[in-house]
Structure formats: C-alpha cells, structure tokens
Design a protein around this ligand. Structure first.
Ligand code: URA
Length: 425
C-alpha cells in the first residue's frame, strides 16, 4: 500500500477500499504517512466526499487506533450527549446530573473551547478546585459513586482523531461532513456508551449554518452510531441566538446552577429537559420524570456530589471579572435579532476563549444578555454587559458586536425560532 495511490483515488473521485482506509489511518497514527500527505487526502475528501461505507470504515479505523472503554460493570444503563458546539451552550452542566438523578450513568467526556464556541471543561474549571483530568479508574469511581462524571477524554481514546483534528484545524478541512461525523462518533463509540443523544446546532453560531447541512450531519452520525450498536438520536437545535443569558465560563456555571435550583432561562430549561427525555428514553428509563428531578432538588444533589468528587467546592464563590462595560439600547422597540456568532466572538475577545489550544482562559470573562429576541426594550436600558480582566479588550469586543442585533419599532410582531427544530432517529 502506498499513500500516493490512496490520495489519487480520492482526488479522482474514486471510492476508497476498506484496506486503503485501514492502512492510511494506521500509518498516519504511527507517523509513517506525513502531515502534508494526510492534508492532501483530507482536502480530497472535503472536495469529493465519502459514501456511507467509506465513512463507516473510516470511523471504525479511528476507533481501532486506540483503546475502548467499558462501562458494562456498572449497574445503571449509560447515556451520553454530544453537542456540535455553540454560544452559551452550557447544557451539559445541568443535564449530566439531571439524567443521573433519573437513574442513568452519564460518562460525559468533554472538550475545551476553540474559537467563538465555549468548552464545557473551561466552564467547570471556573469552580475553585475542580479537576478535568482524571485517570480511567478515577472516572469510573466518580461515575459509580455519583451517577455522572464530566472530564477530559484520555490520550488513549481515538488517537488518530486527535492527530487528524489538529491537522484539519490548520488546513481548512474541518468543515467536511464525513470528517466531522467520523471524528465525533469515533470518540463516542470508543468511549463505550450504550446510548447517545446528539445536539446538532444550526445557525450563525454553529458549525452548520443551514438546516440542510445540519440534517445531513445528524443523519450520518445517527447511522454510524446505530451501525456500531449504540442507540443514537439527534435533535437539530437553534443556534442563531445564544442559549440563555450568558456566554463565558463562570457566568455560565452560575446560570447552570440557577437551572438546577429550579429557575434559569426558559430556553436553557426547555433544551435541558428535551435532551434529558431523549437520553432517558434511549437508555430505556421511560418512567423517569426529569422535570420533577429539577424541581425537587435531586438533580442539584447529584451536581454537588459530582463537583465535590472531582475536587471542586460547590459552595465556593465563583470568579468575577475585574471590569464591566454596559451596552445600552439606542432606542425603544422590540429586539428582533441577537446574533450568536457576534456574541461568541465578543466573549472570546474578552478572554473567555482561546486562539490556540495551549492559551489560558479568563474564568470571569464573557457577555451577559439583558434582553433576548422578542423582548421589548426601552431606550437607555442595558442590553449587554461585557466582563473582562483585560479592559483594553473592550473596544475589540465591541467591534464584534457592531452588527449583532436589530431593534424594530415597538409593537412589531416577532416569531421565535423553536429551540428544538427537528428530531432525527
Ligand atoms: N468536534 C469534533 O470532535 N470533531 C469535529 O470534526 C468537529 C467537532
């Protein structure tokens, strides 16, 4: 087997054979295929696509590149959720303890933010003492004792994807649906969950800007999960405007705790419950009532135990940024648009996100929204509060917000986009 013939096959719109796929993934992971050769192949895949059989084999080869976890010794059924990433998407924080409170085991291997989208681990690290890095034994221990664990994926899980994802990030080849689907699903299948609910975001703040692309990605991932024996369902959910009223690490932890205390913004509660119902259903726990577990404090109890088990203090005061800047409404009217991408970029520029994987993030930085699309506002009222420890960044963040919202005359009718747009199973 030689890499040039593999690249040529895809460059000339051919179908890669199972042998070619197995060989190229293995040889790339071992360093025998060079980055520039894999870049050429990734670009050929981006331009010419892969069929279902190729995507399935590519995913299987990435799974085989590393270890597989095994949760079969747990007494509870496992349920997991993966979001394709958005702005203000803090749903994992209330969702994992909620689903655990309803009887499932929730092993949530999560990531860090890159670019304008936030990362679950960065958010939880705003809690003093909380640790994202656990050994496999520690992870199983937290999962067994509390019902839920949120932590970083170990180096041994799908190492081919780790290498390929970093390469795609710097070669303009992230946005290929076969590569995104196989990247996400190889990690989820290797992780060993019995069931999986995918939250595929669609809109300006998401990877997928159109419903058609989101649908194709969702259907591809559901097919991969099902073929590997993982009960998989996808919800297409709105990411044209940020979820909830905060984007930023500690700000989002605070909002998640409000949800666990029975309050919180309506869209965050609605999506948390919709995903919880899907996860419980996929795990075979059809009698559980997640709304009750939010209201009666049992989800909050799991949250507190889960945070403590990972070294965090659930009662600690969360970090607050040193400086604030308030953006006010220039006129009275109805807010008809508040763009997720603009808010995400502003939060990132304020210090909530990172430009390179190794950069630190500011726990207190981010954007607070005082109005959401559909709300009436009066001239001079606060629309957004910007938080940062580096006030020299305010101007740069404000540039990102320049064309982020629309105000229509008072009384203008506003039709909200549903939080959950479609379900694909
Ligand atoms: N998340 C992943 O894990 N992989 C991708 O390719 C895109 C998003």
């Amino acid at each position: 087997m030689d890499v040039i013939s593999v690249i040529r096959t895809k460059r000339d719109r051919g179908e890669l054979s199972p042998e070619q796929i197995d060989w190229v993934i293995d040889a790339y992971t071992r360093g025998e295929v060079a980055d520039e050769q894999m870049s050429a192949l990734a670009m050929a895949i981006l331009l010419n696509g892969m069929n279902r059989a190729e995507i399935a084999r590519w995913t299987a080869a990435m799974i085989a590149s590393g270890e597989r976890m095994d949760f079969s010794a747990l007494s509870r059924p496992t349920a997991d959720k993966h979001s394709t990433g958005g702005v203000g998407d803090k749903i994992t924080l209330p969702l994992a303890p909620l689903v655990a409170a309803c009887g499932a085991a929730v092993p949530q291997l999560s990531g860090r933010g890159l670019g304008h989208t936030g990362g679950t681990l960065d958010k939880l690290e705003a809690i003093p003492g909380w640790r994202a890095l656990l050994s496999n034994a520690e992870m199983l221990d937290v999962l067994d004792s509390t019902g839920a664990v949120i932590c970083a994926a170990g180096d041994g899980l799908a190492p081919a994807d780790r290498k390929l994802y970093a390469l795609r990030d710097v070669t303009g080849t992230v946005e290929a649906i076969p590569l995104i689907a196989s990247s996400i699903m190889s990690k989820k299948i290797a992780e060993g969950t019995g069931s999986l609910v995918l939250d595929v975001k669609v809109g300006s703040g998401a990877f997928m800007k159109t419903v058609e692309d989101a649908r194709e990605l969702a259907a591809t991932m559901v097919g991969l999960g099902t073929d590997h024996g993982v009960r998989t369902v996808a919800l297409l959910t709105d990411m044209s405007t940020p979820l909830g009223r905060t984007a930023g690490n500690a700000l989002e932890v605070r909002e998640s705790v409000e949800v666990l205390a029975g309050g919180g913004p309506a869209d965050v509660v609605e999506l948390t419950l919709a995903l919880a119902r899907e996860m419980l259903d996929a795990a075979g726990l059809t009698d559980a009532d997640p709304a009750k577990a939010l209201a009666d404090g049992s989800a909050m109890d799991v949250w507190r135990r889960m945070i403590s088990a990972q070294g965090g203090d659930p009662d600690a005061k969360l970090p607050v940024a040193r400086e604030q800047h308030v953006v006010t409404a220039p006129a009275s009217g109805v807010l008809t648009r508040l763009d997720a991408y603009g808010v995400g970029v502003a939060a990132w520029r304020l210090g909530a996100g990172r430009a390179r994987k190794e950069d630190p993030v500011q726990a207190g930085a981010g954007v607070e929204l005082h109005a959401k699309p559909g709300d009436a506002v009066t001239a001079g009222q606060p629309l957004l509060t910007l938080h940062t420890d580096t006030p020299e960044k305010f101007d740069y963040a404000l540039q990102a917000l320049a064309d982020t919202y629309d105000l229509a005359p008072a009384g203008t009718a506003y039709e909200a986009t549903p939080v959950v747009r479609e379900r694909i199973a």
